[in-house]
Design a protein around this ligand. Structure first.
Ligand code: E4P
Length: 218
C-alpha cells in the first residue's frame, strides 16, 4: 500500500518524506487556501515546490467544472512536472475529461467519490486513482471503510486497474482499516501517519531496556 500525505504544507511534506515512507502528496483547493497560497502564479509555484520535494505522484486539483476548462487547466498542471497527477471532480464533465486525459497519457485522480457506482464510472473512464472520502462518509453516520471494501471487491472481480486511494483519513486506525479493506493508497494528515508509531508498551519497554543497560554498564 502506498502512503501519500494529504497537505499543502511544505514542512509537513518534508517531515513525512524524511521518514522514508512517503510515496506521494495530495492537495485540494481547501488545503492550498489553508496555507495561504492564492493567485494562479503562487499556486503554480507551490505545486512546483512540492514536486521538487517529492519524487512520487503529486495530485493538483483543477478548479474548472466544464470539460474544456478542466482539460485546459489539467494540461497546464501536467506540464509543470512529470509527477503531477491531475485531480478531477466526480462530475459528468469530469468523467469526460478523465477519459480525455487517459487517452493522452495524463495521470488523473478522480476526487469526491462517495459510492461504488461513481467508482465504476471513474475506472471505466481510465482514472489512474480514485478517491473515496472515508471521513466525510463516517461524518454522515455511514461506514466509509465499507465503501473501500466494496470498491476493492468490484475492481478485483472486474479487473479494473484504477488504484483505490483512501482519502479523508482522520486517524491512524483509518489507515489500518483501509489497508485491511484493500486500499492501494492512503492519503493521510501527518498526525495520522505519526500516530502509527505510538504504543505505550513500546515506550515502557524501551525505557526498561535503557535503564537495565545503564545499570549494568555503570
Ligand atoms: C484528498 O485527496 C482529499 O481532498 C482529502 O483527503 C479530504 O479530506 P477531508 O475530508 O479531511 O477534508
Amino acid at each position: 500500500m502506498k502512503f501519500f500525505i494529504d497537505t499543502a504544507n511544505l514542512d509537513q511534506i518534508r517531515e513525512a518524506r524524511d521518514l522514508g515512507i512517503l510515496d506521494g502528496v495530495t492537495t485540494n483547493p481547501s488545503l492550498m487556501a489553508k496555507e495561504g497560497i492564492t493567485g494562479k502564479e503562487n499556486i503554480i509555484k507551490h505545486y512546483q515546490a512540492i514536486c521538487e520535494l517529492v519524487k512520487g505522484d503529486v495530485s493538483a486539483e483543477v478548479i474548472a467544472t466544464d470539460f474544456e476548462g478542466i482539460v485546459r487547466e489539467g494540461e497546464e498542471l501536467a506540464a509543470l512536472a512529470p509527477n503531477i497527477v491531475v485531480k478531477v471532480p466526480m462530475i459528468k464533465e469530469g468523467i469526460k475529461a478523465i477519459k480525455y486525459f487517459s487517452d493522452h497519457k495524463i495521470a488523473t485522480n478522480c476526487t469526491l467519490v462517495f459510492s461504488a457506482g461513481q467508482a465504476i464510472l471513474a475506472a471505466k473512464a481510465g482514472a489512474t486513482y480514485l478517491s473515496p472520502f472515508i471521513g466525510r462518509i463516517d461524518d454522515t453516520n455511514w461506514d466509509g471503510m465499507q465503501l473501500i471494501a466494496e470498491i476493492a471487491e468490484i475492481f478485483s472481480l472486474q479487473g479494473f486497474e484504477t488504484q483505490i486511494l483512501a482519502a479523508s483519513i482522520r486517524n491512524s486506525m483509518h489507515i489500518v482499516s483501509a489497508a485491511k479493506a484493500g486500499a492501494d493508497v492512503v492519503t493521510c494528515p501527518l498526525p495520522a501517519i505519526l500516530g502509527l508509531l505510538k504504543h505505550p508498551l513500546t515506550d515502557i519497554g524501551l525505557a526498561q531496556f535503557l535503564a537495565d543497560h545503564k545499570k549494568a554498564n555503570s
